[in-house]
Design a protein around this ligand. Structure first.
Ligand code: CLF
Ligand code: SF4
Length: 523
């Protein structure tokens, strides 16, 4: 008897280039738009104009997600115009925003395209360094194509200097690539959690495709084929594509290395591996069945393993679908519909341009400071094999400018004899809460940065200072309001000297927690 095929014909899915052929291309791949020819593509979030083709640099230089360095200086905003979704992810509860780009438990205010357009102009006038408009939910933007593209149309007419960006699960992406290109949407994110339907069936219980519901392996197969097809079509049109992947320990953690290779070889520009955030109170399938998220060390190890293939985005904040501001901050409460309705909005392109020129100067100063300190580091004869992580309290601008007690996140930098780089961030509960609950929140802060040797702050009180020291984390306030990377290198060189002279003994640090609880939103 003839064996039955496991798959049904679902229509016009274009054949996707087989992975074996693509892997052959990897060896020749010169990096996503890069000039260099090194084995490791130098595309990615920490690259500068020297690494990228000019047309690629133009697209990424002030996009806070596509350039790690830009994220200290430039802001993005989202408008929540896309409520519907066409798939189900086991880490998503549809009462909340799309968990492919948002932390679970976050609810955004839904807008019409016209309300969204007014909001963009209002924010652009109030926050001149806001350079990117993204549509990332609260469902899937391409499951709501009329609303998504109407919004892009209105913005491109009224504020043509703002870059357009969207994030999708990819199921209907191939149907919309030409429209995306026609609207000059230069940045598209696809969430790709698997390329193997056997694995995918544990992440996606169903999809809704061409008026039919599919489940299990078949649903995952259609989804992965459509995602890869969409990615190839974007790359052909030179639209920069970022891949988001949610790391789910025991399900796709090992597999994401293969995903990384597959998407790189199809022309993805950047890979963003995010931790699963999973707790019963989110009401998701994973939250309810006890599926855990990765620890900080597990996440970093996977990101490091993939970095040999392709540069990684490590500064993602898993934003709300109506997020506003620099990536680490949330100013959405300043721009509610009621407030926008009451505003007179005048869009002043000249003032925005002048402001951004001053931001660019500040950014160049940060780059120059880092370069100067890096030269000093190269003169360090022997770093004794020491490397470390440093947590930094910052409000942006690449500086140490936040009080320990006011920090809602710490940025994490890795420093060793080769240099300094941003490797992630940790959300924390506010320590300074007017005396209430401070002991408990200090414990959670210490757990969140427990893998760090030091914490850089603009200011810190005596009590947390002592507790941090007891936990083996050195509180450092002497670099207040100075550039982060320059200060990290200076500290590292002093640290190595202290070890060499026997003043201190270098010890390995432990692992750290990634916060799993629902966001306590500022909104
Ligand atoms: Fe928004 Fe996404 Fe565009 Fe950025 S966010 S649509 S690429 S403008 Fe950025 Fe936020 Fe991470 Fe997204 S930090 S969740 S990666
Ligand atoms: Fe939820 Fe986004 Fe997945 Fe849809 S694509 S189920 S909104 S996480």
């Amino acid at each position: 008897m003839e064996a039955k095929t496991a798959f049904v014909d679902v229509g016009d899915i274009r054949p996707v280039t087989p992975l074996s052929q693509l892997l052959d291309r990897v060896a020749e791949h010169k990096g996503c738009g890069t000039k260099g020819g090194s084995a490791k593509a130098s595309c990615g979030s920490s690259s500068g104009p020297q690494d990228l083709a000019p047309e690629v640099w133009e697209k990424v230089k002030n996009h806070p997600c596509y350039s790690e360095e830009a994220h200290h200086h430039y802001a993005r905003m989202h408008v929540a115009v896309a409520p519907a979704c066409n798939i189900q992810c086991n880490y998503c509860n549809r009462k909340y925003d799309c968990a492919n780009e948002s932390r679970p438990g976050v609810v955004s205010e839904k807008l019409t395209p016209e309300q969204a357009a007014k909001k963009v102009l209002a924010v652009a006038s109030a926050i001149p360094q806001m350079t990117v408009l993204g549509i990332a939910g609260p469902g899937d933007p391409l499951a709501n194509p009329a609303k998504t593209f109407k919004t892009f149309e209105l913005i491109s007419k009224s504020a043509p200097d703002i870059k357009l960006c969207l994030s999708t699960n990819g199921l209907t992406l191939p149907d919309h690539v030409d429209t995306i290109a026609a609207f000059h949407v230069d940045h598209v994110t696809i969430t790709v959690n698997m390329i193997d339907p056997e694995i995918g069936q544990h992440i996606y219980p169903w999809i809704y495709y061409k008026k039919k519901r599919y489940t299990g392996i078949e649903a995952a197969r259609i989804l992965t084929e459509r995602q890869m097809q969409g990615l190839e079509m974007l790359a052909e049109r030179k639209i920069l594509c970022k891949i988001n992947s949610v790391m789910i320990p025991g399900i796709n953690d090992q597999h994401l290395v293969e995903v990384n290779r597959a998407v790189k070889s199809r022309g993805a520009f950047l890979h963003n591996i995010m931790p699963l955030i999973s707790a019963p109170e989110h009401g998701t399938a994973f939250g309810l069945n006890g599926q855990r998220g990765p620890t900080a060390r597990e996440l970093k190890a996977l990101q490091d393993a993939c970095e040999g293939e392709m540069n990684m985005m490590r500064h993602c904040r898993q934003c709300r679908a109506d997020a506003v501001g620099l990536l680490g901050e949330d100013r959405s409460a300043e721009f509610t519909t009621a407030k926008i309705d009451a505003m007179e909005v005048t869009y002043d392109a000249q003032t925005r341009k002048a402001y951004q020129a001053s931001v660019e100067q500040e950014r160049q100063a940060a780059v120059a400071a880092k370069r100067a300190e890096q030269e000093q580091l190269s003169q360090l004869a022997d770093a004794q094999g020491i490397g470390m992580l440093i947590a930094v309290a910052t409000k942006g601008h690449g500086k140490i400018n936040e009080h320990f007690g006011h920090a809602t996140e710490f940025q994490i930098y890795e420093v060793n004899a080769k240099g300094v780089k941003f490797v992630g961030h940790r959300r924390v509960d506010l320590y300074c809460q007017g005396g209430y609950g401070e002991e408990q929140s200090l414990v959670t802060v210490i757990r969140a940065i427990n893998d760090c040797h030091a914490v850089f702050v603009a200011k810190i009180g005596g009590c947390p200072k002592d507790e941090l020291k007891k936990a083996g984390i050195e509180p450092v306030d002497k670099y207040a309001h100075q550039f982060i990377e320059q200060s990290a290198i200076t500290y590292f060189m002093e640290y190595v000297t202290r070890v060499k002279t026997g003043a201190i003994v270098h010890q390995a640090r432990g692992d750290a927690d990634i916060r799993q609880g629902a966001l306590i939103a500022a909104a």
